[in-house]
Design a protein around this ligand. Structure first.
Ligand code: ASP
Length: 343
């Protein structure tokens, strides 16, 4: 029987069109439908039967929580209803691709591959990277080696775990990396090169129902002589959660610590991340007093995704601390082992 995949298209540069093939930055993202992306790579027909659904067609900076909700609902439903489906591929803008990948990692409980893919050059560009990226994402989604690894990102022949991957450059086809870890594997014309997943993957929010309204969780960024008013404004606005992107290993300035200490209202659920781009944020003796939790080596934007789900699930700070230590969503997995592996 021919293998089957579901392609969920959301837009991005992979579906982008410019007025001229030499234009790499001035183009319209999300200008082509998923069907057209598939039709542009006829070689895919030799690999699998792929059905396409258009979830959105936007630049990923315009992605909304309702798009996330629709993606999660569709993937959960199709996996529940179709035992013969081999996997899911999602085409996505690269700017926020890592956030969607991490969201799905925390919510989708199925060993079958879910693979996100984008492109750095619009579909109309000379040497557009989208077609090969899409072909390789399909290769990965069809491969038995990808099973059990959780949500993966395929870009430029590299296979990255959603836990660590990030867009690390504004230009160039090699803009994705897993800083401090490296890719989980690679894919080329000889096949998919991934270690076999061992152990079971914990999916902390597998049963979580996603509401229509999501909480707003701001990210505050540390710098020299920061204006503590920004942090104060978030507290005054009643933000239920907050990510603080600290300097170095997640440090706050004295002024920012004073704002948190003086705050008499109800404390948001707060994660302390870092702006270095790699490396962990460890526990600090002031964390309890200030109501903070270290984000480990989650990037600020991934810490925010975790907080969003924690808030939707109604977790307290203690619950979140327990979740983080029981299911090491912020811990350092060994390279080439399943993401969120059981300890
Ligand atoms: N602007 C694009 C986006 O949708 C960038 C890209 O896809 O590469 O995120």
């Amino acid at each position: 029987m021919s293998r089957r995949l579901l392609l969920l298209a959301t837009g991005g540069t992979i579906a982008g069109q410019a007025s001229d093939p030499t234009r790499l930055n001035d183009y319209t993202a999300g200008a082509m439908a998923g069907d057209a992306l598939l039709a542009a790579v006829p070689q895919l027909q030799n690999l699998a039967t792929i059905s396409v659904e258009q979830v959105a067609n936007v630049d990923s900076a315009e992605l909304l929580f309702e798009h996330w909700r629709a993606l999660v609902a569709r993937i959960r439903a199709v996996f529940a209803a179709d035992a013969e489906l081999t996997g899911v591929v999602i085409t996505h803008g690269t700017n926020t691709l890592e956030e969607t990948a991490w969201l799905l990692q925390l919510l989708i409980d199925d060993p079958r591959p879910v693979v996100l893919v984008g492109a750095m050059r619009p579909a109309t560009a000379l040497s557009a990277d989208g077609p090969l990226n899409l072909f390789q994402a399909v290769q990965v989604a069809l491969s038995p080696e990808a099973r059990g690894h959780g949500v993966l990102v395929v870009m430029d022949g590299q296979i990255h775990p959603s836990r660590h991957v990030g867009k690390v450059a504004t230009q160039g086809v090699g803009a994705f990396a897993s800083p401090g870890y490296g890719p989980l594997g690679c894919v080329d014309d000889m096949g998919v090169h991934l270690p076999t997943a061992t152990g079971s993957r914990q999916v902390p929010f597998a049963a979580l129902a996603l509401p229509e309204q999501w909480p707003q969780v701001p990210i505050v960024y540390g710098c020299v002589e920061p204006d503590p008013l920004i942090l104060q404004a978030c507290l005054n606005a009643g933000a239920p959660g907050l990510v603080f992107t600290g300097t170095g290993a997640g440090q706050l300035s004295a002024g920012e610590r004073s704002v948190l200490q003086a705050w008499a209202g109800s404390r948001p659920l707060m994660l302390r991340a870092n702006r270095c781009g790699s490396g962990p944020v460890h526990h600090h003796h002031e964390d309890e007093r200030l109501g903070l939790l270290p984000a480990g080596n989650l990037s600020p934007q991934k810490a925010r995704v975790l907080l969003l789900l924690a808030l939707i699930a109604g977790l307290s700070r203690d619950d979140l601390a327990e979740l983080i230590s029981a299911a090491p969503v912020t811990a350092t997995p060994i390279i080439a082992t399943p993401i969120i592996a059981t300890p």
